[in-house]
Design a protein around this ligand. Sequence first.
Ligand code: ATP
Ligand code: MG
Length: 542
Amino acid sequence: MKKILKKYIKQIIVIALLLIICDFLVALPPYIVKQVVDIDFTKEDIIQTIIFLICIYTSIHLGRLIFKYIRDVLINTTICKILKDIRKTLFNKILDFKMITFNKYNSAELYTRLTEDVDNLFALFLGFLYSILSNILYIVFMIIMMFVANINLAIIGAITVVIISFIVYKFTKILGNLDNEMLKKRDKENKEFSELYNKSKLTYLFQLQNKNIDKMNSLLYSELKIRKKYIFIHHFPYWLIAMVQAIGIYLIMYYALNINTIISLGSIYLVLYYTKECKTPLEEICNQLEEMQTCLNSYKRIKVLLNETGAEHIDQGTYINNLNGDIVFQNVFMKYDKEMILKNISFTIKKGSKVTVVGRTGVGKTTLINILMKLYDIESGKILINNYDISTISTKCLRDNVSYISQNPYIFDDTLRNNITLGKKDITDKQINDLAKEIGVQNLFKRMPEGLDTEIKISELSYGELQIIAFIRAIIHKANIYIFDEPTSNMDLKTEKTIQNIIDKISKNSTVIIIAHRKSTIENSDEIIYLKDGKVDIILEQ
Ligand code: ATP
Ligand code: MG
């Protein structure tokens, strides 16, 4: 955040200067009125003095309008640029998250940070510059003017301003805490909405509507309770401020009328005017500080995200051209959280072989691949490819040379072509169509109204069809090592057979690792690694 603000330091300095000029020009006119009130009417050049003061008064107003216009344009354009940079940085930061950091947040939270929270920053910056800084400057100038007019009256006026400021500060803090509680509730509601949307099918099938409504009702009710408390406290400081101000004005009048020294009428007017006037900027600060609490909480939450460590620097490490060779696991331990999932795993997968990993549900098969793909870090041990420790190899190099089809077929809201090529220009339509024909799924492609240009709607395709698209994507991106995590679990026997034939063909020139439960897949392997209780139970060579 500091880095981004530093980039706009020149604009920020100019804005600060413009704020000072504008607020000085706003605070000045009553001082001119004081001069008019204090004119000595017995002097001969009275007309000249009045004309002079009117000219100054008009110039101040005109100057204020011009500076205000420049100030407003500069403030708004600068904030827009800063926010664009923040959103970009935030988006890049999230994309660079390691999986372990990603898992800490749910999608609704990340969505809120990028949208609502960044929008709140706009209000935060605007509110800070316009209502807080500008009003503080205005009050400072008013106090200075009071002291210029009369020190004793100014002391009473200044004390009144300080007491009002204290009230404003205290109540803002209380309201801020309540606001924070409301935000937390809102986060929970967002999460519920997002769950409801993502799992709508499940809700219908298991008739969870009533349960969801109850859950949401209780969330909304607890938010309403805090909101009521908020409204009650929110209106309290206004009459307290008005009372303090009335006492202040009374004391100024009392002092001015009961001392022996003569105080000019203009000075009394000026101090009274400023003491009364300070209420408006202080209330504005009060209102703004309340609103800013919401924005400030957004700022804090964005900061947490920006301060996340553990970014994935995919270019960090050595890039080995054409990375290929034996894959060796040496005494590898891995845990996501507290419990160790993989314990002392050691095996070798020979270059060019076809190996199947089997084991019961939840034993750690996908985890094994996750660490080979550097999606998660290992606790101890080593993973080597062609004798290179993968921790020293750049993630980019690894992922350029290893093609992975995950257990869940990830499909983007994009065209069929882009889902397969992932933007790689050298993959032609002919290659895609030929592969579809080879697998025997050309009908799936033909059914698409606009062929490869059809926008994929995940909800309108079967799981098996999604797996086929993901399979084509993995195969078409040429690699030295292919990993398939249950690639055919949802396919009919015929499609499965063709896919197995293609995998067999690939395995002639590449290393292939398959995670599978089906007997047919296991039978064709050169080697079978059995996992049990997070350990290698047995390795069978066929
Ligand atoms: P399946 O046959 O069902 O695909 P698997 O052998 O692939 O199972 P893994 O996905 O590797 O199993 O999971 C191994 C264990 O690690 C499980 O107990 C699972 O709950 C846990 N686990 C998996 N992913 C995470 C994660 N991101 N954070 C915490 N624990 C996880
Ligand atoms: Mg798995």
